[in-house]
Design a protein around this ligand. Structure first.
Ligand code: FCB
Length: 477
């Protein structure tokens, strides 16, 4: 179905009716500093928690680290040319905190900032809108040594860092998001420990979540004061949470996981309060004594936009006797206070991450944020899939990834038709990269990276995406 508000432009189409996106829709692709830059010890950069974690035996698959990654630090100008060839309207990147403020406090490192100045200049020179994420998980190691995100002081350090980046780049960057996926930082980093810094304590995870949001609010206030024209937001990773059946115990399991995965962040940031059921669920874990008067007012400082990362759905059920413990994001330690909830596998197609493919969940998620929380413009700041790719005759034919993007863009379009003010979409990821605890074993890129030669090969999905951008839409099915 095409959008009646935005009829296809005459002459642009060479086949049938199309699904056309609103004029000015921001088509982009995303990456993150530690996943692509490499140059871990160059230009004054000091270690982050991900350097320490990846260099600790047994933490990252195959002992992979981000030391070299995609060598983007040295190849940035040609990478930006590649973005321009794909016709990207925007590029979402993250700034490495320990590159621009070694150690996480004190003065800026001019050489580190200069890398991002050059990146922004290259982007603008190619007509590509820079979209800057301040924190994509690379906390400077000394701040972790001083307590990390469970410590309140880290929030203040983050706001100082935000100010320093704003001073350097605020004249040229319009779009700013503070945190990427605070759920992952808090619950994978301090709950289950599968992400850096690899700690495992439910109460610390909950405190980390709070201090991340406090840091977000303080950073928004600092950025707003110094850059009143900037468009400010946060990126959260959201999941529809569905009960496996309508049995009350399953419905309650879904409520609990929804509280931890989604409402833990949406409610404080967009409503200025924690959900009351969350506090009740967590009563054995924490009394929320770390929340001080005034914190929620800071956390809910008004924003200009909300970024949503969407990958999959959680289907959950009440505990049964003798159920097998589940790995990774289903690990009980990710879900303090709900350790006994079962994550159910439905047997639908999955990606190479074992994440179920569920495009309608994107429509549902966007509608929920809009209908239950906010009228602010929404952006899909990440969406994508890992599949096992191969180079054959110099080409990478990634039809499964292309189909994933296609289905999710249709779902995004459906959300727009339902009234969601969705203003842009960023594919995850521009290129294959260091996929955290999975190292280089999972490929999410539209561009293939040969990690030996650092050659870049745009996959079929990249060529297809370039055409989507050119048309501002998709062919009708
Ligand atoms: C998200 C992260 C991103 C990438 C994708 C696959 O959780 O933000 O860095 O790892 O998942």
């Amino acid at each position: 179905m095409s959008n009646p508000d935005h009829p296809p432009a005459v002459g642009v189409l060479d086949q049938g009716p199309e699904l056309i996106f609103p004029p000015g829709f921001l088509w982009g692709a995303a990456t993150a500093a530690y996943q692509i830059e490499g140059a871990a010890t160059e230009g004054g950069r000091t270690p982050s928690i991900w350097d320490t974690f990846s260099h600790t035996e047994g933490r990252v698959l195959a002992g992979h680290t981000g030391d070299v990654a995609c060598d983007h630090y040295h190849r940035m100008p040609s990478d930006v040319r590649l973005m321009a060839e794909l016709g990207l309207k925007s590029y979402r990147f993250s700034v490495s905190w320990p590159r621009v403020q070694p150690g996480g406090s004190g003065p800026a490192n001019a050489e580190g900032l200069d890398f991002y100045r050059r990146l922004v200049d290259e982007l603008l020179g190619h007509g590509i809108e820079p979209w800057l994420t301040l924190y994509h998980w690379d906390l400077p190691q000394p701040l972790e040594d001083a307590g990390g995100w469970p410590a309140r002081d880290t929030a203040g350090r983050f706001a100082d860092y935000a100010e320093l980046v704003a001073d350097a780049l605020g004249d040229r960057v319009t779009y700013w998001t503070t945190l990427n996926e605070p759920w992952c930082s808090a619950f994978l980093g301090y709950g289950s420990g599968v992400h850096a810094p690899g700690r495992s304590d439910g109460a610390d995870a909950v405190r980390a979540g709070h201090h991340l949001m406090l840091g977000h609010g303080l950073a928004v206030q600092a950025l707003r004061a110094s850059r009143p024209q900037a468009q400010l937001g946060i990126t959260v990773n959201l999941y529809p949470v569905t009960p496996a059946s309508d049995a009350p115990a399953d419905v309650d399991a879904a409520r609990r996981i929804d509280a931890l995965a989604n409402r833990f962040f949406l409610d404080p940031v967009l409503r200025g309060s924690y959900p009351t059921d969350l506090a009740a669920d967590l009563r054995e874990v924490t009394d929320f004594g770390h929340v001080r008067d005034g914190d929620l007012a800071v956390i809910s400082t008004p924003l200009d936009l909300v970024g949503v990362n969407y990958y999959s759905r959680h289907v959950v059920a009440a505990p049964v006797e003798g159920a097998e413990p589940e790995p990774y994001w289903r690990a009980p330690s990710c879900w303090p206070g709900s350790e006994d909830v079962r994550f159910v596998t439905r047997g639908v197609p999955v990606t190479d991450m074992d994440w179920e493919i569920d495009a309608p969940g994107l429509t549902e998620t966007l509608r929920r944020v809009h209908e239950e929380y906010t009228d602010l413009p929404l952006y899909v700041t990440e969406n994508g899939s890992a599949f096992v790719d191969a180079v054959v005759d110099g080409q990478v034919d990634d039809g499964d990834r292309l189909a994933y993007f296609d289905a999710h863009l249709r779902a995004a379009h459906e959300a727009i038709n339902a009234g969601v003010p969705l203003r842009g979409y960023f594919a995850w990821s521009l290129m294959d990269n260091f996929e955290w605890a999975w190292g280089y074993t999972k490929r999410f890129g539209m561009v293939w990276i040969d990690y030996d030669s650092q050659a870049r090969i745009p996959k079929s999905s990249a060529r297809w995406y370039a055409e989507v951008i050119r048309r501002n839409g998709l062919a009708a099915q």
